[in-house]
Design a protein around this ligand. Structure first.
Ligand SMILES: [Cu+2]
Length: 286
């Protein structure tokens, strides 16, 4: 195919916006792939959770579909620019013909049914059977229940202690330090005492808003031991970026040892009169 100089001019004019589009897409993709923790490589944070693969699948499929559409659309624009050159009277209708409506509805309908339908069904099933299935998680006699209180700018953690009741003398109470056993359901109720925060466990592929006057719930199971970040995913004031805690996943034996010792320490430090320290609540069945 011989391309006339006029057509090349048109193509060159299309090239700049196309390159700019690619640059923006690459930068965005690069930022989303930036490694948030050492040793994770260029990818999402290490998936340390038993059910994290469900979230990663959703992100992967969404990225793949978006990439295919992006390439198809930019290629279409570029080919049209080369083919039609600089001077070309556009031929178009207002989309009111039967043929146009048939094509538009057909394309939109098939994308909706095939893509959205698939993602919607999968996500709804995951929510029903896993993420919102608290009954199943709490049924495990070894499951660990934790109350989390977010405030500007730290996370408080409370475990019921040997008596199994919250807000009592033997509670384990920690600041910015959450420890859990591996391969065990961890059920967490989250509240806030000032503004809206968001309790974020990127390596466990879960997070939930911490809302004043409300108790929200999540659960997960860690599949590996190690230390992981806990963050706040809701801009909550000047020092939002400092609202960071550490999640330590221990072996079951190490966790049992830690819980026993820490409960005894917390019990010794218990002060009946310190009302602000008794921020816990009766565990809620949600
Ligand atoms: Cu916050």
């Amino acid at each position: 195919m011989k391309i006339s100089p006029r057509k090349w001019l048109g193509a060159r004019r299309a090239l700049l916006p196309a390159l700019a589009g690619f640059a923006v897409a690459l930068t965005t993709a690069g930022l989303s792939l930036a490694k948030p923790q050492p040793g994770t490589g260029i990818s999402l944070p290490v998936d340390a959770s038993a059910d994290g693969h469900r979230i990663d699948w959703l992100i992967g499929v969404t990225n793949a579909i978006t990439a295919v559409l992006f390439v198809a659309m930019t290629a279409w624009i570029f080919i049209a620019a080369i083919k039609h050159g600089e001077k070309h009277t556009a031929k178009y209708d207002h989309g009111t013909s039967k043929r146009s409506m048939f094509i538009a509805l057909g394309m939109a309908g098939s994308v909706f049914v095939v893509v959205d339908g698939n993602l919607f069904v999968n996500s709804t099933m995951d929510l029903e059977t896993v993420y919102h299935n608290f009954k199943e998680a709490e049924k495990d006699p070894n499951s660990v229940l934790i109350e989390v209180n977010g405030h500007q700018w730290a996370w408080d953690f409370r475990y019921a202690g040997p008596d199994g009741k919250f807000n009592t003398k033997d509670d384990i109470v920690r600041l910015n330090d959450m420890r859990i056993p591996v391969d065990t359901p961890i059920v967490i109720e989250v509240a806030s005492t000032d503004v809206i925060h968001s309790f974020n466990l990127p390596n466990m592929r879960t997070k939930v808003d911490a809302v004043p006057g409300q108790i929200n719930k999540i659960w997960f199971k860690a599949k590996m031991t190690g230390e992981f970040d806990i963050g706040c995913a809701q801009h909550c004031g000047t020092n939002h970026y400092k609202m960071k805690a550490l999640l330590t996943v221990l072996s079951k034996e190490e966790y049992a040892k830690w819980a026993k010792e820490t409960s005894a320490i917390s019990e010794r430090a218990y002060d009946e009169k310190d009302e602000s320290a008794h921020w816990g609540w009766d565990w809620k069945d949600i």
